[in-house]
Every structure is written in structure tokens, then in C-alpha cells.
Design a protein around this ligand. Structure first.
Ligand SMILES: Cc1cc2nc3c(=O)[nH]c(=O)nc-3n(C[C@H](O)[C@H](O)[C@H](O)COP(=O)(O)O)c2cc1C
Ligand code: SF4
Length: 439
């Protein structure tokens, strides 16, 4: 990112709270309207057809911030243009990816920004119901979003005849079910329908058969909040930020072994080195950097010689990894990679919904191997066995969780093979610290 962009950018989605996780300040409807809030929705309702609203999102090249980077305008355009069935918009506020907490400040502090973006999406896709699925543990987010919805109804911004138009819109909040898998879009739909959060086989995709088998758009909190800003400030403004193929801004959540963990909202295009050393204050306690997850624990790690990667949608791909959820988890030289892998595998095994045998059994098997390596009971051939299991899970599961559980190991083992092997050769963890591996 250029020095100019660095110094001139003022956080918008997180409203100036970059660097700290929460400020405890929540925007009221009056605060939001004083900044031009809901003028983007007015612009859509008064000057655009639904198709033109979709074209605007396509022109801006908004890519989904939930993990896959799918173009939002294209997703919206897959929704049928008739109303043979009711249409729905689902806001994915499940935010359960390890190391990811960028939706939280928007939900807790700028709930109207999200409501406005979701309303624009509903108008563009002929939906009359928005369901905001918020992870159960975000108690304050639930309270603030509900409060903002009440304010919006009272001001005629939701309900029948939004802003005096013939567009009707209801917004509902649905608490999550405490399961990581319910952030996967089809498991989320099953969950909010009152069923067990099992991902569905696709096709059909939610745009055709989503909530109650009706056409549904699912977008992340940040994606829809960005849309609200674009309708207020314009496509050119959005494209003036970020890189050519990844316009706009994002909120990078940085945690782990850094001096200043927190959310850092910046234009896309900053490098990983800048994020760690300039924004997050560098590695804490004067230790050396070892590895980093660039987009939540579900994407492969980056290593020391890869830190100059540009953190937009394309940069991490050059190293076989992804921007993902922009949840950056930094590990320093004191972190044992076998211990880290064992703890993460415990998470994936625990969170696997169990529908697919390779994911259900494979995560359990890999966890057992990693746990015994860490406990000093590794057997010759265990490292190769891990690599073989990884190959048998990839591409053999209904949803991406199976690949999330293995993608990182596939890249980490070759890089730290000696370290993994040392657990077998020495029959102990070569790192002195007392680490706990979950039971
Ligand atoms: C196991 C799993 C968990 C996921 N968790 C989330 C989540 O917490 N939040 C989210 O927005 N997307 C999550 N996703 C991605 C969603 O399935 C979906 O792609 C996303 O909500 C689409 O929004 P976007 O296009 O705005 O990015 C998850 C995917 C998988 C496979
Ligand atoms: S890959 Fe895992 S989490 Fe996804 S559907 Fe299959 S068993 Fe469930």
C-alpha cells in the first residue's frame, strides 16, 4: 500500500476504532443519519430499478468478505427475476472462524450500517425478509442490532412502504446455535429453519433453493456494510481504494504473538509485513516471527520469506493460501507447530458435523496422531501417515470444513518436517513450555 493511502485512510466500517477491539460506543439512528445514513437506500429506492442496483454492485466489484471472495453482484444476479416464491436475504453474522472478530465491531457499534446494506440487497433481489443470523455468544451484538431494528421500524425505514415507497421489508434476528459449522451457508439455513446444522449438497445453490427452499442471498456482515457505503459514496470512491482487482477496504483482525492485537481497517493491498510490524506493533517480547495464518485457521499458513505478500484477494493465492476471513493469527518462535496443529485439529474434529466419513473420521484420526506426537508417544511413520490422511480428505467432503482441517497441515508439515519428526525421535515435545492439548 502506498504511504499516501496509509496516512489518508480513515476507518469507515469500524468508525475510527481501528486498533482496539471495542470502544463501547454504539451509533444511534440519529448519529447514523447525521453522517448520511440511509441515503444510499433512498438513492436505490428512488432512482434505481432492482436490476440497476445489482449492476452498481457488479460495477464496484464487491467481493464477499466472508471467506470465499465471491463477487456479490454476480451472486445477487442469480436470484430469479420473478416472485413465484418469497425471496430471502440472510446476513451471515456467525463469525466463528478462529482468529476472526471483524464483524463484531460493526454489529455492536454500527448496526444501522449493516441494516441499510441488507435492505439495499433485499430491494435488489426482490426480497421482503432479511434474517440476521448472529452467533449466540455475541450478546451485545444481539442487543444492539435488535435496538437498531426497532429504531428503523419506528422511523419508517423498515416495515410496509419503506421511506414512502412501495417496498416492504421485515428484518428478523436469529441467534446462532453455538456451532462453527452453522457459519457455512447451507448449514446456517438448516439451523435457522430449526433443524440440525448439516450442510446441504449443492447444486441447487441457495440462490435457487435457500431458506424454506426459496431463493436466498447469503452475505457476510462486512460485505453488506460495504454495499451501504458504496450506495452513499459511489462506485468511483470505492474503486479509488484497494487494488485494481480487489477494490475497497477490509477489517483485518490480528491476534496471537503480536504487541498490539486488534482490528485494523485498511484499504486492501497492505502487505502482511506491514500489518504485523507497522500496525500490530511487531512480535511481542522481542521474539522472532515463525508463521502466520492470513485468513483464519482454515487457510494454509505463510512463513518468514513470504511476509511481503499483498493482502488482497489475489496475493495469498501465489503462496497456495487465501485471504479467507482476514483473521490473522501470528505465531512466534516459541510456538510448537505440532502443538498448534493438535489444538486446531481438536477444534475441527469437535466441530465436524459428522455427515461425511472422511471428515468425521479423518479429523479424529489426525487429532489422535498429533496428540500422541505432542505427548512424546509418536510412532515411526506418523508424519507420513498424517500426510496420507490429508490426501484422503481433500475433495471428498460435502462442505469445505474437511479441506479447512487439512489445508494448513499440507503446507506446514513439509516446512516444519524436522520439528514434527523430532517429537518422534526424542519421544517428547522439543519445546520446553508446558502446553496443554485439549482432551
Ligand atoms: C465451515 C464453514 C464456516 C463458515 N463460517 C462463516 C462465518 O462464520 N461467516 C461468514 O460470513 N461466512 C462463513 N463461511 C462462508 C459462508 O459459507 C459463505 O460463503 C459466506 O457467508 C458468503 O458471504 P460473502 O459472499 O459475503 O462472503 C463459512 C464456510 C464454511 C465452510
Ligand atoms: S465436510 Fe465435515 S463438516 Fe462438512 S458436511 Fe462433511 S462432515 Fe460435515
Amino acid at each position: 500500500m502506498t504511504t499516501d493511502a496509509k496516512t489518508t485512510y480513515k476507518p469507515i466500517l469500524t468508525d475510527g476504532i481501528t486498533g482496539t477491539i471495542l470502544s463501547g460506543r454504539t451509533e444511534t439512528l440519529a448519529d447514523y443519519r447525521a453522517k448520511g445514513g440511509y441515503e444510499g437506500l433512498r438513492r436505490a429506492l428512488e432512482t434505481m430499478t432492482p436490476e440497476q442496483a445489482i449492476d452498481m454492485v457488479k460495477d464496484a466489484n464487491v467481493r464477499g468478505r466472508g471467506g470465499a471472495g465471491f463477487p456479490a453482484g454476480a451472486k445477487w444476479s442469480f436470484i430469479p427475476k420473478d416472485r413465484k416464491k418469497p425471496h430471502y436475504v440472510c446476513v451471515n453474522a456467525d463469525e466463528s472462524e478462529p482468529g476472526t472478530f471483524s464483524n463484531r465491531p460493526v454489529l455492536e457499534q454500527r448496526p444501522h450500517l449493516l441494516i441499510e446494506g441488507a435492505a439495499i440487497c433485499a430491494y435488489a433481489t426482490l426480497a421482503e425478509t432479511v434474517i440476521i443470523y448472529i452467533r449466540k455468544e455475541y450478546y451485545d451484538a444481539h442487543a444492539q442490532v435488535r435496538r437498531a431494528i426497532d429504531e428503523a421500524y419506528a422511523a419508517g425505514l423498515l416495515g410496509r412502504g419503506v421511506m414512502g415507497s412501495d417496498f416492504n421489508l421485515d428484518v428478523i434476528v436469529q441467534p446462532g446455535a453455538g456451532a462453527y459449522i452453522c457459519g457455512e451457508e447451507t448449514a446456517l439455513i438448516e439451523s435457522l429453519e430449526g433443524k440440525r446444522g448439516y450442510p446441504r449438497l449443492r447444486p441447487p445453490f441457495p440462490a435457487i433453493q435457500g431458506v424454506y427452499m426459496c431463493p436466498t442471498v447469503i452475505n457476510n456482515v462486512e460485505t453488506l456494510s460495504i454495499v451501504a457505503e458504496i450506495f452513499r459514496r459511489g462506485v468511483e470512491w470505492f474503486k479509488s481504494l484497494g487494488t485494481e482487482k480487489s477494490p475497497g477496504m477490509t477489517v483485518y483482525s490480528i491476534s496471537g504473538c503480536v504487541a498490539k492485537p486488534g482490528n485494523y481497517e485498511l484499504p486492501l493491498g497492505v502487505t502482511m509485513r506491514e500489518l504485523i510490524y507497522e500496525y500490530a506493533g511487531g512480535i511481542r517480547d522481542g521474539n522472532k516471527f515463525k508463521a502466520v495464518f492470513p485468513g483464519g485457521s482454515s487457510v494454509p499458513m505463510l512463513f518468514e520469506d513470504e511476509l511481503d505478500v499483498v493482502m488482497d484477494f489475489d496475493g495469498p493465492r501465489k503462496y497456495g493460501t487465501f485471504l479467507g476471513s482476514t483473521g490473522i493469527i501470528v505465531m512466534d518462535e516459541t510456538v510448537c507447530m505440532t502443538w498448534a496443529a493438535a489444538n486446531l485439529m481438536h477444534f475441527y474434529w469437535d466441530e465436524s458435523c459428522g455427515q461425511c466419513t472422511p471428515c468425521r473420521e479423518g479429523t479424529n484420526w489426525m487429532y489422535k496422531i498429533l496428540k500422541r506426537l505432542e505427548a512424546g508417544q509418536g510412532r515411526p511413520g506418523d508424519v507420513e501417515l498424517l500426510e496420507s490422511i490429508v490426501k484422503h480428505i481433500v475433495g471428498r467432503s460435502i462442505c469445505a470444513l474437511g479441506e479447512f482441517a487439512t489445508g494448513s497441515l499440507a503446507r506446514t508439515i513439509p516446512r516444519f518436517r524436522t520439528e514434527f519428526q523430532a517429537h518422534i525421535d526424542q519421544q517428547k515435545c522439543p519445546f520446553k513450555k508446558e502446553y496443554t492439548v485439549l482432551k
